[in-house]
Write a protein that binds this ligand. Structure first.
Ligand code: SF4
Length: 370
């Protein structure tokens, strides 16, 4: 068992935080950009035990929440084709869109009317599906951040990629969303907790631009309460001392350069493109697209008729849903007027209440911290 005087114990870091000088402001804001971080912070009740001056703000940490509606509707349309099985991660199945009259709102609704939807746990699962159903087209609807893109890249470089497998790629890079927030006069945070899993792939250095270009402390963090409190301590100490640099507080898994092999594979199969974030806008170089050499496995090339170029649809959020503001850390989940009234996990209005990485769902499951 860890001892209170040991860095593995959250009490150790709470004591170190309490020893820091009181900041010369009544409010310090630290944003996280990872659903895993937000889950630990919320479920461990860290907000309730940290000093009152400190606000922990969930930011853009949910890739399913920003997946454009055009892609969701294309997935729905493809799932309804008799020759297609649509494979995707479980949390995407229930993500609702603004369906046209008489059309399914989600992949779950599509299933009810005969759509072929196969929830999967990992990208490699689609290989088994493609081999099991050689007479069907297997379309993998892949929404995620770099941590999803990396294993997908490994899959796409296989020599035995089945001919009946295509990818509906809706993956995003995390850092451009933060760069977007930082363009604002008030980005909404005074320090950033950078995502440990993304940094495992892409390297801690990817986050150095925040301190170098915007003069804000940035700390790469792990996922236990103690590791997050350690990162919060490192961020707070810098803010209070008016310093700003990148700290890797997760050296157990993260190096400066990340996983060189994974990044090499990603460079081989993906181009980076300007990409829409649902309800928010288009961020430069924030999305991945399959390189032309993989056009035969690109669902956008094989099934162009399933994709709408309706820009309204691309950006739309369900009526009354403030997911875009939640994702950007502009409001807390419980500030949405539908939180817990019209919107809850059994009846989600927006994607942030569906995904395990969505801040609304995480807060609801924990009794809505304030
Ligand atoms: Fe959207 Fe529901 Fe969250 Fe409100 S509570 S922002 S409606 S997901």
């Amino acid at each position: 068992m860890p001892q209170p005087d040991h860095p593995h114990d959250p009490a150790y870091w709470l004591a170190r935080i309490a020893e820091l000088p009181h900041p010369k402001t009544s409010r310090l804001r630290i944003m996280n950009v990872c659903g895993g971080h937000e889950r630990t912070i919320t479920h461990a009740g860290l907000r309730q035990i940290l000093p009152d001056y400190l606000q922990l703000i969930p930011g853009p940490g949910c890739p399913v929440c920003v997946c454009p509606e055009t892609d969701i509707q294309a997935a729905v349309a493809l799932s309804l084709r008799p020759d297609v099985i649509l494979a995707t991660f479980g949390d995407m199945v229930r993500v609702p869109g603004n369906a046209m009259k008489g059309k399914p709102r989600s992949l779950q609704d599509a299933r009810v009317v005969g759509g072929h939807v196969a929830p999967i746990a990992a990208p490699a699962d689609v290989l088994a599906l493609a081999r099991q159903y050689p007479d069907k087209q297997i379309v993998f609807f892949a929404a995620g951040f770099e941590t999803t893109a990396a294993p997908l890249a490994a899959l796409l470089t296989r020599a035995d990629l089945p001919g009946n497998l295509t990818i509906l790629l809706s993956a995003r890079q995390t850092w451009p969303a933060i760069d977007h927030l930082l363009q604002d006069e008030d980005p909404g945070f005074d320090a950033l907790i950078a995502p440990g899993h993304v940094a495992t792939v892409m390297g801690a250095r990817q986050w150095a631009f925040i301190a170098e270009n915007y003069d804000l402390p940035t700390v790469v963090a792990g996922f236990t309460p103690a590791l997050l409190l350690q990162a919060i301590h490192a961020a707070l100490a810098q803010v209070i001392a008016r310093e700003s640099r990148l700290v890797n507080a997760y050296p157990q898994c993260v190096t400066d350069e990340g996983n060189a092999r994974a990044r090499h594979l990603m460079d081989r199969v993906f181009d980076t493109i300007d990409a829409p974030w649902r309800g928010i806008g288009t961020f430069t170089s924030s999305g991945y697209a399959l390189r032309p050499a993989l056009a035969a496995h690109d669902a956008r090339e094989r099934f162009p008729e399933a994709f709408s170029d309706d820009s309204t649809l691309r950006m739309g959020m369900p009526a009354g849903c403030d997911c875009a503001a939640v994702v950007l850390g502009r409001i807390t989940p419980s500030a949405c007027r539908l939180f817990g009234t019209g919107c809850h996990p059994d009846n989600p209005v927006g994607p942030c209440m569906v995904s395990d990485e969505g801040a609304c769902r995480i807060w609801w499951q924990s009794g809505a911290p304030t």
